[in-house]
Design a protein around this ligand. Sequence first.
Ligand code: UD1
Ligand code: MG
Length: 447
Amino acid sequence: MLAISILAAGKGTRMKSTLPKVLQPLLETPLIEWVLNSCKELKVDRFLIVVGHKQEEVKKQLSWNNKLEFITQNPQNGTGHAVQTLVPSLGEYDGDLLVLNGDVPLLKPQTISHLVEEHQKRKSNVTIITSRVSHPKGYGRVFAQEDGLVDEIIEDKDCTKDQLKNNLVNAGIYCFNWKKLKKVLPLLNSDNNQQELYLTDAIKMIGNAMHIEVKDEKQIRGINNRIQLAECEKIIQNELKETYMNQGVTFIAPDSCTVSNKCKFGSDVIIEPETHLRGECVIGNDSIIGPGCYIKDSKIGDNVKIIYSVINESTISNSVEIGPFANIRPMTYIEDKCKVGNFVEIKKSIIQSKSKINHLSYIGDANIGKAVNIGAGTITANYDGKQKHQTLIGNNSKTGANSVLVAPINIGENVTIGAGSTLTKNVPNNSLAIGRAKQFIKNNWIT
Ligand code: UD1
Ligand code: MG
């Protein structure tokens, strides 16, 4: 029998943030979701989350999961006190309790499962995860014997100079025999440098305490400040990029790029330097993204080249060239073999195949046909101050440089629009439309 409790009531003072610590994002996902995910292999009877500081925000984040029970800890008097608050709801529960600090995101599900298995196999009173780390500062130091029995954990702030030299640290993940733990919980006191009730003090009181040492120290990183948050982000980024590289993606300068864990790549994709992929991105075969791109929640086809550009919630088909300096905003669909050039902004539009928008344009709420040439500086004036309106342009039409198309407007097929035109009326197929003042010349103006 197994119950799980995640300690998530703390403020996270060292983060210096208005956001509760467990909601700080790591790879765009709050820390607490990482911790939940690390338990995903376990079969659980009860799942309790200890909340306190800004508890409504924490509950809201986890509201998708209806198996969670929230227990309020108020005030927050330390990790030992947090576990004491579980007593009324767990009561006579007769099983093991896995306690996880809410700020330890990188533990692998297999590591946690292994902890529970070993604990149950050895029938220990408590089993904890430890690791030998190169920078133990801030972590509780674990004093253990060679056979794995733990004598005690002493918090960093309470260690003597000699004790600080011990680099075996407490990960903040514990599997307790609940009945045994319940007996010692009332004995915790705050006679320490932080004047808090430490859960770690329960270890020496409970006896028959074992530890499992994790060799990969990266897994046990706790996050107390923004430096540790950045270190974890780097660890996870490196792991992800290595995974993608092993799948056959080239990163020219991986350290300068960031990726999400929801990217899908075709074969022989090249990610150039300073490129960032967020959310769900799909990149097709032989495409080259970057340098200098930001792509979010978008689908990019095969043989696409994008350079120094932003693509957001859009779909780009095969053999399209984009950039430099294009901004493709949500709900844009760019079909095969189109070209979008420099200083072009497109929003909520369909650009059908083989069309070109090469320079200095704004295209919004438009449906542009096949093989259309949008001249430099063409603007779809889609907003009348109250509402957005549509612009339609038929196949094979050409807009002259600096055209303003005042929507709603329907430009037919095979239309040519003279440079500098401002058009407010529909244009029929196969016609020439010019909407500008006639050129006037006064000879001998200067005599
Ligand atoms: C804790 C451990 C330390 C361990 C380290 C691993 C204690 C006393 N120390 O220190 O041995 O090496 O984690 O990362 O446990 N929380 C509550 N209520 C509270 C206080 C904290 O729910 O009253 C929660 C926090 O939200 C957090 C977790 O408990 O998720 C750990 O608290 P934190 O203050 O970060 O403990 P550390 O100083 O990191
Ligand atoms: Mg911590």
